[in-house]
Design a protein. Sequence first.
Length: 276
Amino acid sequence: MTSAPHPHGPGSGSGIVLHSLGKRFRIGPAKTVTALDDVNLSTPQGAFVSLIGPSGCGKSTVLRILAGLETPTAGDVTVNGTPVEPGHQASGMGIAFQDPSLLPWRSVRRNIALPLEIQKSKDNGIVDELIDLVGLRDFANARPGQLSGGMRQRASIARALTVRPRFLLLDEPFGALDDMTRQRLNFELQRIWMQRSATTLMVTHGISEAVLLSDYVAVMSPRPGHVVEVVHIDLPRPRTAETMRTPAFHEFIDRLSALLFSPDAQGDDHAGSDGR
Ligand SMILES: Nc1ncnc2c1ncn2[C@@H]1O[C@H](COP(=O)(O)OP(=O)(O)O)[C@@H](O)[C@H]1O
Ligand SMILES: [Mg+2]
């Protein structure tokens, strides 16, 4: 097991780079909330990175900044070498958030095709390819309301992949699912990611899910959130149910649990900085 506070291998710095990132929200005429304070992260291009941390520590805020949906109040962010511009979604970005937000009146196929229609790009068979990839062929013409929760999540991940993303953002994509469905979708996501090699950032509450899927797991402190440590998960791929029974897998889980519950990771709502 290796632990890399700041990974600096070949290609490092060209994936996701968060540099001294800060975000304060104004919540009333004279009050602000510091969601993020001096967040630093640097990962290689094509890596699968998970972000874990207590509820309210700013994980979704990091993703929303990366998606161009929120403007940082300090620092800067680049993805695959390109600076993220607030109000502007980078090209080649796929996003799947916890609530699949499929359009109820459109079929699964037409939901998955939506990003292509918006971009006015040609299908070239990718929609069918993705429907097969996420195992929804028999449901391609069904409406979202006719699908199970797991199927809706798979449709939402397929939709995020239609633009052939070089950069994938996932915010608790399986958060609302039962454990069995979640584990099956984790293996499917790994398979999809291994085929497509997009730089990926996934927010999750599941430590075991983070270890299973990630090359790097970034642990955040409570609000104001910052990255406490980045753990390099160097388990061989593809990772299987067998991998989950190995001592190495459990050592990573123990290490991440210790970081999440360590005094270093215990923030203070009123502290301006990381409070170490
Ligand atoms: N639009 C907003 N306005 C005010 N405060 C916000 C807004 N978005 C998030 N926050 C605050 O920022 C902090 C981090 O939120 P969030 O990024 O959603 O955390 P997480 O995803 O880790 O649970 C929370 O305290 C939350 O209340
Ligand atoms: Mg969140």
